[in-house]
Design a protein around this ligand. Structure first.
Ligand SMILES: Nc1ncnc2c1ncn2[C@@H]1O[C@H](COP(=O)(O)OP(=O)(O)O)[C@@H](O)[C@H]1O
Ligand SMILES: [Mg+2]
Length: 274
């Protein structure tokens, strides 16, 4: 078997007494999309932070067979670990192209901001244009981010991560705030990236998106892997259904209203996270 693009071995993250990620292991093959799902607080962002070097962890992280777990976030990024952040973090008063340019800048962010006025006088490197084209946002290159829709913002965040030409791209809730049509369009963009050889770890709450675009799914709950496999297998997995039912207060309310059979109610209560 060939070396996977990316491998996690027994990754654990602790915050004081809280075990946010508990010995999670999986591989990501080059050119594939792996979806990481789980209820709120399951440990998804903590795992991405551990992989990218933003939080301390135990276990091993391997990129193309090389251990990168002892490197800084900056060193991992240089080796090709790209990511977006859950909260977006775009520069509102810069244009789309300028925001994307930030991702290609090799120096410090402070250095970039110091140079932005000089940089914007120059023609951006060709990779900026290529990435904007790939994501279908070339026509908004000169718009200020503050004027953009949520859908466009999410694409700009992905573009900014892509422009560094990462070997693996980690996306934390890129479809947050998208309507179902925007989310479907975003799914097509992701499949296009994978078809072009990109490797993606996708975290999102939009089940239609994640189950629709991923080649493989990993499900975590309370930091522990509870299921993994093809999207069709995971969709039918009882533990996965229970984890999502219990995390959804609206579903609890419906169950209460309809005085559901005791065994179902017990099941849900057993997984209540309060
Ligand atoms: N910086 C932190 N300090 C302490 N606890 C944290 C911190 N970040 C996350 N947690 C806790 O770790 C658990 C996992 O959180 P997180 O990784 O954000 O989950 P998810 O992204 O799946 O919603 C939660 O119990 C959360 O409260
Ligand atoms: Mg999160």
């Amino acid at each position: 078997m060939s070396t996977p693009r990316f491998a996690l071995r027994e990754i654990s993250v602790r915050y004081g007494g809280v075990v946010a990620v508990d010995r999670v292991s999986f591989d990501i093959a080059a050119g594939s999309i792996v979806g990481l799902i789980g209820p709120n607080g399951a440990g998804k962002t903590s795992l991405l932070d551990a992989i990218t070097g933003y939080t301390r962890c135990t276990g091993q992280v391997e990129l193309d067979g090389h251990r990168i777990g002892d490197l800084s976030a900056h060193q991992r990024a240089r080796l090709g670990v790209g990511r977006t952040f859950q909260s977006g973090e775009l520069f509102e008063d810069l244009t789309v192209a300028e925001n994307v340019l930030v991702g290609s800048y090799r120096g410090s962010l402070r250095g970039f901001l110091g140079e932005i006025f000089r940089l914007r006088q120059r023609t951006p490197p060709p990779v900026v244009r290529t990435v904007l084209d790939q994501l279908g946002i070339a026509e908004i290159a000169d718009q200020l981010v503050e004027s953009l829709s949520t859908g466009h913002r999410q694409l700009v965040a992905v573009a900014r991560a892509l422009v560094s030409e990462p070997r693996i791209l980690m996306l934390d809730e890129p479809a947050a705030g998208l309507d179902s049509a925007e989310s479907a369009a975003f799914g097509s963009v992701l499949r296009g990236l994978a078809a072009g050889g990109h490797t993606v770890l996708l975290v999102d709450h939009d089940m239609d998106l994640v189950l629709g675009v991923s080649d493989h799914i990993e499900v975590i709950d309370f930091g522990v892997t509870i299921a993994s496999g093809h999207p069709s297998q995971v969709r039918a997995d009882r533990r996965v259904i229970e984890a999502y039912l219990a995390s959804d207060e609206a579903v609890d309310d419906v169950l209460d209203d309809h005085h559901m059979a005791d065994d179902v109610a017990d099941d849900v209560e057993g997984h209540d996270r309060g």
